[in-house]
Design a protein around this ligand. Structure first.
Ligand SMILES: Nc1ncnc2c1ncn2[C@@H]1O[C@H](COP(=O)(O)OP(=O)(O)OP(=O)(O)O)[C@@H](O)[C@H]1O
Ligand SMILES: [Mg+2]
Length: 233
């Protein structure tokens, strides 16, 4: 069995007159330590899928197995523990706590798990050794996103889920942030899933999941991924 196995997963939202089917019979798998991109147009169901993988939302039907455990069967208490200890999440708009420093933002996450990485070391690993005591408003967008990545990885999560992590960043800064995510995967063995609109970055991935109209349209396995530093778009 693969590290992540999503089988016949459906998500239906009860909205308005008829329910919205945001994920329609979604199936795919991911191996441990892979870098995965999830591509698709706006509304294709990418964030819905990521939120379900991260235990922030629950599937209406189907199974979502992470490291041998079907989280689709979890109680809300089990899901809370799963979110806390097993998942690192990186969002488009960073979601840092504004009145805490970079170090304190990372501590917030590292304090809730037993075998967390050191916050200062983790911030240094994303190039922010000199900015530990800065507040988010004193940092650029790219730096704030690096704090968010440090916060997500300091817990040593099983999976790192990133929803449009470069959506608010310019080209160069976005590339740097992708480089950090790539490094977490290639050098440190993290399993990383990145949702993006940008098909140009697909070659960096071991696996490319394309979504269309709530369904998985294709899954492509790439035996020799390209480093982000070698891609221009
Ligand atoms: N909480 C909700 N209630 C009702 N409908 C929802 C909810 N969340 C998402 N949807 C609907 O599900 C569909 C998929 O949304 P989702 O956010 O997963 O798309 P996406 O691929 O992430 O799009 P984008 O690229 O714009 O972020 C959309 O039609 C959306 O309106
Ligand atoms: Mg989305």
């Amino acid at each position: 069995m693969s590290y992540i196995e999503v089988s016949h997963e459906f998500k239906r939202y009860q909205g308005g007159v008829s329910p919205v089917v945001a994920n329609n019979d979604v199936s795919f798998s991911v191996e441990k330590g892979e870098l995965v991109t999830i591509l698709g147009a706006s509304g294709a169901g990418k964030s819905t899928l990521l939120n379900i993988l991260g235990g922030m939302d629950t599937a209406s039907e189907g199974s979502v197995v992470i490291d041998g455990q079907d989280i689709a069967t979890y109680s809300s208490h089990q899901l809370t523990n799963y979110r806390r200890t097993d998942v690192g999440f990186v969002f488009q708009f960073y979601n840092l706590v504004p009145n805490l420093t970079a170090r304190e933002n990372v501590e917030l996450a590292s304090q809730i798990v037993a075998d967390a990485a050191d916050p200062a070391e983790t911030l240094a690993s994303v190039g922010l050794a000199e900015r530990l005591d800065n507040f988010p408003a004193q940092l650029s967008g790219g730096e704030q996103q690096r704090v968010a990545i440090a916060r997500a990885v300091a817990k040593n999560p099983k999976i790192l889920l990133c929803d449009e992590p470069t959506g608010a960043l310019d080209y160069q800064t976005g590339k740097q942030v992708l480089g950090i995510l790539e490094e977490r995967c290639r050098e440190r063995g993290a399993t990383v899933l990145i949702v993006t609109h940008n098909a140009a970055i697909a070659p960096i991935a071991d696996r490319v999941v394309r979504m269309h109209d709530a369904r998985v349209q294709s899954v492509e396995v790439n035996a020799s991924p390209t480093s982000i530093s070698d891609i221009e778009w």
